[in-house]
Ligand binder design. Structure first.
Ligand SMILES: Cc1cc2nc3c(=O)[nH]c(=O)nc-3n(C[C@H](O)[C@H](O)[C@H](O)COP(=O)(O)OP(=O)(O)OC[C@H]3O[C@@H](n4cnc5c(N)ncnc54)[C@H](O)[C@@H]3O)c2cc1C
Length: 280
């Protein structure tokens, strides 16, 4: 399929991108293009202008400061997967990136694009929920920060105002964290994906944050599972995870998996994610 005709402009800074989009009358930012271009080819999205943000200096990169890590919005999945800093301090983030799509997707796709697009089966939304990350935004009226738990609101619906750009994702790194997914065979999107970040001391899980993707309209926290895991040792994880799907309503059904199958897989992949986190 061929998209409708559009104009293309490359932004030179964040402010330039915001100004160009505001002046575009129906334009869209493009980063890696790996979600937007397929939609344009299907004519499900018909932007009059594309504002390319992929080469804005300083908008990509992974930096540690003051006990937190900031990942610039245009950092590619490959850069996240290969980052020595993330592999050391927050291996779940690198692990999840490694499992996205194929090498072409990982080389072009960006974390900002993934979070903004919020495909119900995307991997990073679950990961940023488990890390309790901040999504940093800038738009025509200024900058603001939104908690990941408030950012994902519904089916392809996020707290991103008109003309706003994600500039970074910030979080306190968690070493005892793991991501496990049942992937679609062709695309590698998550049929069910679970990210677990644990605070562990003396062999006991003191607290847990768990993000789920693939199973519902948008990525969500599994708060009942988080409560069930608190105070547990490794030998009690399987029992705690058995009820992981209990409070998940309206489970997705599509050609990849029925709702019942997805529901059955949530405890399985929750347990794998928690055990992976504990092993770290
Ligand atoms: C074959 C294939 C397999 C895939 N497999 C997986 C997978 O296994 N797991 C997975 O998670 N994903 C998968 N993806 C999606 C991939 O990760 C995309 O790269 C990602 O979803 C979007 O990132 P992008 O940079 O390509 O965004 P783009 O396609 O450029 O943009 C997507 C949307 O986000 C907006 N946008 C982009 N950047 C910003 C920003 N900084 N601020 C505000 N809005 C922005 C754009 O305007 C657009 O609406 C797959 C894609 C393909 C084509």
């Amino acid at each position: 399929m061929i998209p409708v005709a559009f104009e293309y402009q490359r932004a030179t800074s964040v402010d330039d991108a915001i100004a160009k989009l505001a002046a575009s009358g129906g334009g869209k930012f493009i980063a890696g293009g790996h979600s937007l271009v397929p939609l344009m080819k299907l004519r499900l999205s018909e932007p009059a202008q594309l504002i390319d943000i992929a080469r804005i200096p300083g908008l990509s990169g992974i930096r540690a400061s003051g006990g937190r890590i900031a990942i610039g919005a245009t950092t590619t999945h490959y850069e996240i997967a290969a980052s020595p800093l993330l592999r050391d301090q927050c291996p779940m983030m690198a692990e999840a990136a490694t499992e996205i799509g194929d090498p072409q997707v990982r080389n072009r796709g960006t974390i900002g694009g993934s979070i903004a697009h919020a495909d119900p089966a995307a991997d990073f939304p679950a990961v940023v929920l488990a890390l309790d990350a901040d999504i940093v935004l800038k738009g025509p009226t200024g900058a603001r920060t939104v908690k990941a738990s408030a950012f994902f609101r519904g089916f392809y619906d996020v707290d991103l105002g008109a003309g706003e750009l994600i500039t970074a994702i910030q979080f306190a790194p968690v070493k005892s964290a793991g991501y496990a997914k049942l992937r679609q065979r062709a695309s590698h999107y998550a049929v069910v994906g679970v990210a677990a970040a644990l605070e562990v001391s003396g062999g006991v899980i003191r607290s847990a944050r768990v993000g789920l993707t693939g199973a519902t309209t948008h990525a969500v926290r599994l708060t009942s599972l988080e409560a069930a895991l608190a105070g547990k040792r490794a030998d009690a994880v399987a029992a705690a995870c058995a009820g992981a799907a209990n409070d998940v309503a309206d489970v997705n059904a599509d050609l990849h998996a029925s709702a019942d199958y997805r529901k059955a897989m949530i405890p399985v992949f929750a347990r794998r994610a928690v055990e992976r986190a504990l092993a770290r």
